[in-house]
Ligand binder design. Structure first.
Ligand SMILES: Cc1cc2nc3c(=O)[nH]c(=O)nc-3n(C[C@H](O)[C@H](O)[C@H](O)COP(=O)(O)OP(=O)(O)OC[C@H]3O[C@@H](n4cnc5c(N)ncnc54)[C@H](O)[C@@H]3O)c2cc1C
Length: 386
């Protein structure tokens, strides 16, 4: 049996940050990680370069049933705080686009940095261990293979359901339910969409073609690249909008953002297909321009028909059959209901000493480093309260 102050379940971004902050305050902390090594998602993130934060982080970059919940933690642990740690460890980084910071070399540097900070704060990390049972009498009792931990505080940082191949399970959500906490229904987010069968027949051979679009779902719009895949649509614009898309609804795509796409056709001496194709090729890749004209040609060459053609280019309504699911989702939306938690400390209102941090909470970031910033900020909020 081991007596500690804090058991952290999950050695990912949030769990490690929480452990560091609590360790720095002199708490005896053990991190229990089921995988054979910590920080596996950090290693694969950002194409191996880890987009570890975003300079323009604000609560509008997050989805949650309570859009105000994340504000407090995000204000008290900012991108500048994480950058200070990265600088201290002399990790080179750059801004790629839209405030997204990536390592110049490798995501493994972030894991090495977090490990070093854990060591400095006397945090004990036990990887490759299966949690058998969690219970609570006067303190929390966590039984893993061959060891029993007693702690006044338990922090659940087991992440979301995305990428089951890497070992994601519902363990943390089940634990929340065990202690009577409500869960906002989970769903895959930042996820590629699958075409309906009609659209698939029409467009799947365009796999690999990309274009800048505005993708809109619900009230949100994102102007970025869209990519055709064999199954449907992906790329940053689609991933961002997917987080707001609901099963059965349509998504609107503007294929010619801020362009009068038919202007050149209208001005041409002879209006016709070859002029139209040339006009579309100015802003769409050739294959997409051709396919668009085959699929949705102007009904005539009158101004009224061109108005309709223009309108469709700006508001292509697709009704996806679904998403590619947790297998391909970058994150899980929904999770432990924020009503259950203190926004300052992430502690459960109902069960004193029980904390939930990171992706398991119903706070989901946009693409671009926001999910890690939430992991760091919520981890720090809990760690400083322990
Ligand atoms: C391919 C990919 C790329 C991404 N790239 C980025 C990016 O560049 N920037 C960004 O901001 N976000 C990115 N994300 C999202 C980001 O990785 C997550 O939002 C973030 O890792 C969440 O942190 P977390 O600590 O809550 O969960 P995780 O990092 O998933 O950590 C949870 C940990 O808990 C462990 N665990 C699970 N169950 C148990 C259990 N029963 N017992 C013990 N341990 C357990 C897991 O093995 C894991 O180590 C990416 C996600 C994916 C899938």
């Amino acid at each position: 049996m081991a007596n500690v102050d804090v058991v952290v379940l999950g050695g990912g971004a949030a769990g490690l940050m929480c452990a560091i902050e609590a360790g720095k305050r002199g708490r005896r902390v053990v991190v229990l990680e089921r995988a054979e090594k910590i920080g596996k998602k950090i290693l694969i993130s950002g194409g191996g370069r880890c987009n570890f934060t975003n300079l323009h982080c604000a609560s509008r970059n997050f989805l949650s049933r309570n859009p105000h919940f994340a504000k407090s933690a995000l204000a008290r642990y900012t991108p500048a705080d994480f950058i200070a740690m990265v600088d201290k460890h002399e990790i080179a980084y750059h801004e790629k686009t839209l405030g997204q910071l990536f390592c110049d070399h490798s995501a493994s540097q972030i894991v090495t940095m977090l490990e070093a900070e854990c060591r400095a704060a006397n945090v004990k990390i036990v990887a490759g261990t299966e949690i058998r049972e969690v219970s609570r009498d006067t303190s929390f009792v966590v039984r893993s293979e061959g060891q029993e931990y007693h702690a006044a505080a338990l922090v659940v940082a087991t992440g979301g359901l995305s990428i089951p191949k890497m070992g994601a399970t519902s363990f943390g959500y089940d634990l929340a339910r065990q202690f009577g906490l409500k869960i906002v229904q989970t769903r895959p987010a930042l996820v590629p969409l699958v075409f309906s069968s009609a659209d698939r027949k029409r467009f799947s051979d365009l796999a690999g073609v990309s274009a800048e679009v505005i993708a809109s779902a619900g009230k949100e719009s994102f102007r970025e690249k869209m990519l055709f895949t064999h199954k449907g649509l992906s790329g940053p614009a689609i991933l961002q909008a997917s987080s707001y898309w609901k099963e059965g609804e349509s998504m609107r795509l503007d294929l010619a953002p801020e362009r009068a796409a038919t202007q050149k056709i209208r001005k041409a001496g002879t209006r016709g297909m070859s002029v139209a194709e040339k006009a579309l090729r100015e802003f769409l890749p050739n294959r997409l321009a051709e396919r668009w004209l085959e699929s949705y040609p102007p009904k005539a060459w009158t101004n009224a028909a061109l108005d309709a053609f223009e309108q469709k280019l700006h508001a292509w309504e697709i009704r996806p059959a679904g998403t590619e699911g947790y297998e391909k989702a970058e994150v899980t939306a929904g999770g432990v209901d924020t009503e259950e938690l203190s926004s300052k400390t992430m502690e459960s209102h109902k069960v004193r000493g029980l904390f939930f941090i990171g992706e398991i909470v119903d706070v989901t970031g946009h693409l671009g480093g926001f999910n890690f910033q939430w992991a760091w900020a919520s981890g720090a909020a809990a760690g400083r309260a322990l």
